[in-house]
Design a protein around this ligand. Structure first.
Ligand SMILES: [Zn+2]
Ligand SMILES: [Zn+2]
Length: 155
């Protein structure tokens, strides 16, 4: 009796059909998570729910507007929230497109970073945050020359 035969019932091991497999809680949680991801979040274009007062801490819902949204209203920066109010608080999804056109007409320059090939929205000095930072770190040299000398960023 010196030899120990391998046993299918390793003491202390995980039992077949262990505790996790049949636990009802895990499935319920997954279903709740899936149902919490509402359809508008699955689209590339984010259509905010006008009734929603959460989630809006990013940028203004107008694509050409780089302003940060601080107040959690309807996804618009203060200025464009004022536009929307002036328009009589219309349905936001339908209001966005004409408002975007109005905004673009207002800004004659292409609202993108001045570095060729960089499509990021500009924030200051007509540069995106990354290029603005690089230009400042370079000591704010001649702006046109600096922009022209930048390699096109890889996508
Ligand atoms: Zn805005
Ligand atoms: Zn840039």
């Amino acid at each position: 009796m010196s030899k120990t035969m391998p046993s299918g019932n390793a003491a202390g091991g995980i039992r077949a059909g262990g505790a996790d497999a049949g636990r009802p809680g895990a499935r319920v949680l997954l279903e709740r998570l899936l149902s919490a991801v509402r359809p508008e979040f699955r689209n590339d274009v984010f259509i905010p729910d006008p009734d929603s007062v959460v989630f809006f801490t990013a940028t203004c819902a107008l694509p050409s507007c780089p302003a940060a949204v601080r107040r959690t209203r309807i996804g618009l920066c203060q200025r464009h929230h004022a536009w929307w109010r002036e328009a009589g608080r219309p349905d936001l999804a339908r209001w966005l497109e004409p408002a975007e056109q109005r905004l673009r007409a207002e800004v004659p320059a292409v609202p993108a970073c001045a570095v060729a090939g960089c499509n990021h929205a500009h924030r200051r000095n007509r540069l995106c945050p990354r290029h603005a930072g690089a230009w400042e770190r370079a000591g704010c040299p001649d702006w046109d020359g600096w922009c022209a000398s930048q390699p096109a960023p890889s996508p």
